[in-house]
Ligand binder design. Structure first.
Ligand SMILES: Nc1ncnc2c1ncn2[C@@H]1O[C@H](COP(=O)(O)OP(=O)(O)OP(=O)(O)O)[C@@H](O)[C@H]1O
Length: 230
């Protein structure tokens, strides 16, 4: 479980998050929506200590993130907006193996994780391919596999559909649906929630660093967005 409690973050003189509280239970599929600059990326980066709150606390499975950064990073897998930012090796299998290798696992355990993660994203047949031979959609799925190889309880994806064509979007979408069905909590950050709304248990809308609305899967609006209904 991720528990964000009264978190405020100032970045470059801007209040990126203002007293935000949010709990992401195990197994939830959550959409984090909002316009550019609303604070979405800043919020998810507090989940694993990439951003430290100026006030408030983020707990992962009950432990404050800063008290055990490694545990938070194992529990919360992060797929960044640009997959190239997190692809580190020349081949598909080597890239997915990178995280588990740093856990000190033996070769057999690493290979098992690589196989499982590639299967989960539908890239088993590209195991030995060079990363630079992959399409944009395949690279996005490779970045997801890299995060999955750490066996996180929560998978956070920042704008996972940017730059993907319709077929690649469908493919990533169906992988996220399957992961959620298997019990992984999935958090999708997006300025365009239509692409995954039907899969989500809940949508949280951020505006100017605050939670502006929460919509659950019954489409009950908890707190309507104030202002222009358009
Ligand atoms: N490294 C930084 N230095 C200075 N200001 C920052 C930094 N990162 C974010 N901000 C500011 O914090 C605010 C929230 O940014 P954030 O990236 O979290 O929003 P976002 O909702 O993810 O936006 P986008 O959809 O454009 O990615 C913005 O005003 C942004 O300019």
């Amino acid at each position: 479980m991720i528990d964000v409690d009264a978190v405020t973050v100032d970045r470059g003189g801007v209040r990126a998050l203002d007293d935000v509280s949010l709990t992401v239970p195990d197994g939830e599929f959550l959409i984090l929506a909002g316009a550019n600059g609303a604070g979405k990326t800043t919020l998810v980066r507090t989940f694993n200590g990439l951003v430290t709150p100026d006030s408030g606390t983020v707990r992962v499975n009950g432990t404050p993130v800063e008290a055990d950064l490694l545990a938070a990073r194992r529990a919360v897998g992060m797929v960044f907006q640009h997959p190239r930012d997190q692809i580190v090796a020349a081949t598909v299998a080597a890239d997915v193996a990178f995280g588990p290798e740093n856990l000190g696992l033996d070769r057999e355990a690493i290979d098992e994780r690589v196989d499982d993660a590639l299967e989960a994203v539908g890239l088993s047949d590209r195991r030995d391919a060079r990363v630079d031979e992959l399409s944009g959609g395949q690279r996005q799925r490779l970045a997801i596999a890299g995060a999955l190889a750490m066996r996180p309880s929560h998978l956070v994806l920042d704008e996972p559909f940017t730059g993907l064509d319709a077929a690649a979007r469908r493919s990533v979408r169906s992988r996220l649906e399957a992961l959620h069905d298997e019990g992984t909590s999935v958090v999708v950050v997006t300025h365009d929630p239509r692409s995954v709304r039907d899969l989500a248990d809940r949508s949280v809308v951020l505006a100017d660093g605050e939670i502006a609305a929460v919509e659950d899967d019954d489409r009950d609006i908890d707190r309507p967005i104030l202002g222009d209904p358009e």
